[in-house]
Design a protein around this ligand. Structure first.
Ligand SMILES: [Zn+2]
Ligand SMILES: [Zn+2]
Length: 253
């Protein structure tokens, strides 16, 4: 594995996780405005690696997440360079070249919804996904804090290019969009307030409900997969009753 690449990734992820950690938690730029759960992250806790939530989250993000992220990127560039993935260029196919920049986030959203539901199958949950769910309250570093097996499955989204082709820029977008949005959906804040207005929707509440209630909101908000597949929870009592009913059906079957 290529070390400069690993450190570049650490740099990018430091920038994503670290930047949002700084804005929301150290500088506390907007206080508690639009924060879902105002309790601080757990400084100590035996359930966490190194007995602290931020230390735990940074460790799994950087040691495992960045390593697999880099490995996938190296694999895909190697596959492109050696003709195992069809090279798609602006000059040969401008329409698909541009369309891919829009299709990739949609594919990621769909892929994430289904692998995430799969990770909630009891065996996989206990052995793999529980590490991410140590975070009942979340912070930016929680997004990519996952078990190594979950990183392999999660970042496996990029393997679709073996079927559909790609330009190196598509690979970069695919992996970076997917990893950096994990930080923004876990900030613990619904949006970023600048001059008293919510200027940047982060979609945190939706996913924070997942960390609180588990069997709902498996997907993101880019596309309404949870509404399509009956797992949507918007925090209302009505949605709560529906999810409980759904959970009962699952446990009885
Ligand atoms: Zn999460
Ligand atoms: Zn989950």
């Amino acid at each position: 594995m290529d070390c400069p690449n690993v450190s570049a990734k650490s740099g990018i992820d430091d920038a994503g996780g670290g930047w949002s950690a700084f804005v929301f938690f150290i500088w506390r730029g907007q206080g508690k405005t639009l924060q879902y759960d105002a309790r601080p992250l757990m400084k100590n806790g035996r359930q966490f690696t190194f007995s602290g939530q931020v230390r735990d989250n940074m460790f799994w993000t950087l040691a495992s997440g960045v390593t697999f992220w880099t490995a996938y990127e190296v694999l895909m560039f190697w596959a492109l360079a050696n003709g195992h993935v069809t090279l798609l260029t602006w000059s040969t196919n401008p329409v698909w070249f541009v369309a891919f920049f829009f299709i990739i986030p949609m594919w990621e959203s769909f892929y994430f919804y289904w692998i995430h539901r799969m990770l909630h199958i009891p065996f996989l949950y206990k052995t793999v996904h529980a590490l991410h769910h140590r975070n009942v309250n979340v912070g930016p570093w929680s997004g990519l804090s996952m078990h190594p097996v979950e990183h392999i499955i999660y970042l496996g989204t990029v393997l679709i290019h073996f079927v559909i082709g790609a330009h190196p820029l598509h690979i970069l977008l695919h992996l970076q969009y997917y990893t950096l949005t994990a930080a923004t959906t876990h900030t613990g804040f619904e949006g970023m307030v600048i001059k008293d207005k919510n200027r940047l929707a982060l979609g945190t509440f939706h996913h924070q409900m997942h960390h609180r209630y588990f069997e709902c909101n498996y997907g993101g908000l880019e596309l309404p997969w949870d509404k399509f597949f009956g797992s949507f929870h918007d925090g209302t009592d009505e949605a709560d009753a529906k999810i409980k009913e759904r959970r009962k059906r699952f446990t009885n079957s």
